[in-house]
Design a protein around this ligand. Structure first.
Ligand code: HEM
Ligand code: SF4
Length: 550
């Protein structure tokens, strides 16, 4: 894991001190609401429905146990005893007091964390594959490149005020677990015909009110040009991106309006001017890579005989193993998901007690590290198979072992009306209702891979447009309605879901979802997944059943 050097540490401490002075000036009345707004947003502090909301950056989702304990402490001392993991692998606190946020930032700085660039029109936290470094389908660990991008983006003076926010995701695996096609820039590690590893660069993806899938702007970029090429794209965006209309300001609109060919030409011309001065040397890449060397794996881990016995003796453990663990590149190890989707808790939420306990589990079983995922769960990436049973028992006691990863109850959900001042409709309550209706685990497992994503408004924080089933809260004359889409995906075959029909009323959402699942179960062919079936039959059979009673 990357460790801050002296410069990094000074930077976050000075930033926290600066924000403390700004907060004090505001509290003394020396800054207006408007003046302060611009300053607080630069530190990830929003004002929400009930209270401020503080967003904390988790670079590429990687955390250590010390940082997790600090989040537990903040949850306990400065908030209401819990925090929220977001689809951008970040953490949000929903109830901090504005006066105490500077103290929180000091606490964060003490464990190499911060809130810099977690909101505002700047380059945001770079996200990545939560299985980076351990995935079996990985070409190369993407995290060193994420870290290089993190250092380049942090307080980059030229890109501090872009037309709109800007998000970059990096993946090094065959299966895209980082939704790279739905980011302003997607970076994918690939091999060229000569067998060299470099990057495929995508541009112009994004969610929100106009969801767009990114296009390949460069099929292969040599590693040494990563930053210069990204810089060239950002410059063109900064120069030509629209600033007159916030809804047309994202790079996806610029790429669409300019056309990919013309946009690429502009980028190419800019790049030619800067590429030689901004090369990433092999030494620099190697120095950052040295922070991500594999931990000291037990080379005898695969000799263990206990797992097979435990699996056959304990069906509940076997179910958890099947759904909540993933293959690991080192024999005798698995990556274990921590499900933040227990039926009775809001998706992505974690209490201070759970945070502390999971920090202990990370120390005991997984080299003191863990990762947040873009589906709002956590992963302990390096669990010896001999430890899985005890880990499962511990997680079960913490209510963190619901065996539903990748199933229909592993719902992504934004805070919606419960917290967000932009929301049109509630989402946490709806997720709970769907969960209650699907309380039969056998049925849930039989349905298999169905991803439900639900946002409380068209900003799309929960990626509803790329959910296999997307649910979007819309406001109709002051009441809550929900638009359903089918067939979206954020993985390799990325697609924007198709609208099922007119929005349904709040009390009909759960019924609509169970009906959709019922149509799938009845009409699927053998092993056919939900997504494959939607591709095969289209939305009509679903539509007919859902609206049959109308
Ligand atoms: C509660 C406070 C929040 C506010 C005020 C907020 C605000 C917004 C806004 C205004 C947008 C649209 C931006 C645009 O289209 O240019 C947006 C998009 C987004 N937000 Fe949030 N958000 C909040 C919470 C969250 C949470 C909890 C998550 C994760 C669960 C999240 C993740 C995202 C993502 C992934 C997008 C779409 C990115 C894209 O357009 O490419 N946000 N948010
Ligand atoms: S999707 Fe809308 S309601 Fe949900 S968090 Fe984002 S801005 Fe708020």
């Amino acid at each position: 894991m990357y460790q801050y050097n002296e410069q990094d540490q000074t930077l976050v401490e000075e930033r926290a001190a600066q924000y403390r002075r700004q907060t004090e000036d505001f509290l003394k009345g020396e800054l207006t609401e408007d003046q302060f707004r611009a300053l607080r947003l630069r530190n990830g502090l929003y004002i929400q429905t009930h209270a401020p909301m503080l967003r904390i950056a988790v670079p590429y989702g990687l955390l250590n146990s010390k940082q997790l304990r600090k989040l537990a402490h903040i949850a306990r001392e400065f908030d209401k005893g819990y925090c929220h993991f977001t689809t951008r692998q970040n953490v949000q606190f929903n109830w901090p007091e504005l006066e105490r946020v500077p103290d929180i930032l000091d606490e964060l700085a003490s464990v190499q964390m911060h809130s810099i660039q977690t909101s505002g029109n700047c380059m945001r936290n770079t996200t990545s594959d939560p299985l980076a470094g351990v995935a079996i389908d990985e070409l190369e660990d993407p995290r060193p490149y994420c870290e290089i991008i993190r250092q380049w983006t942090t307080l980059h003076p030229e890109f501090d005020y872009l037309p709109r926010k800007f998000k970059i995701a990096v993946s090094g695996a065959q299966l895209d677990r980082a939704a790279t096609q739905l980011h302003d820039i997607g970076v994918h590690l690939v091999k060229n015909d000569q067998g060299e590893t470099g990057f495929r660069i995508l541009v112009g993806g994004g969610l929100g009110r106009t969801p767009v899938i990114g296009q390949v702007i460069r099929p292969f970029l040599d590693k040494q040009h990563l930053l210069s090429y990204l810089e060239a794209i950002l410059r063109i965006y900064n120069l030509f991106g629209r600033r007159d209309n916030k809804y047309k300001a994202r790079i996806k609109i610029l790429v669409k309006e300019t056309g990919l060919d013309k946009f690429s030409e502009l980028v190419e011309a800019e790049w030619q001017q800067i590429k030689d001065g901004m090369e990433l040397s092999d030494a620099r890449i190697a120095a950052i890579k040295a922070h991500f060397t594999p931990p000291a794996y037990d080379t005898d881990a695969a000799q263990d005989q206990s797992l097979a016995t435990q699996l056959s003796a304990n069906p509940a453990f076997a179910t958890w193993y099947k759904y909540n663990t993933a293959a690991h590149r080192v024999p005798g190890y698995r990556a274990a998901f921590i499900s933040l989707k227990a039926p009775d808790s809001p998706p992505g939420d974690m209490t201070d007690t759970q945070l502390d306990a999971v920090a202990d589990l990370a120390d005991r079983y997984s080299f003191g590290q863990l990762r947040s995922t873009h589906r709002q769960n956590l992963i302990l990436a390096d669990i010896k198979q001999a430890d899985l049973f005890s880990l499962w028992q511990a997680l079960t006691n913490l209510k963190l072992a619901t065996p539903n990863i990748g199933t229909v109850t592993d719902i992504i959900c934004c805070p919606g009306l419960d917290f967000c001042s932009l929301a049109n409709a509630g989402s946490i309550g709806v997720a709970k209702e769907i969960n209650e209706a699907l309380d039969d685990l056998d049925y849930v497992h039989d349905i298999g891979d169905v991803k439900i994503n639900m946002s409380g408004c068209m900003n799309g924080c929960a990626h509803q447009s790329v959910g296999h089933i997307g649910i979007l809260g819309v406001d109709k004359k002051g009441s809550e309605w929900y638009q359903i889409t089918l067939g979206g995906s954020s993985e390799n075959e990325a697609a924007i879901g198709e609208r099922l029909g007119p929005a349904v009323a709040r009390d009909e959402v759960t019924q609509a979802i169970t009906t959709i699942l019922d149509v799938y179960v009845k009409q699927r062919q053998e092993e056919e997944s939900f997504l494959d079936m939607v591709k095969r039959v289209g939305i009509t059979p679903f539509k007919e059943r859902v609206y049959a009673d109308h």
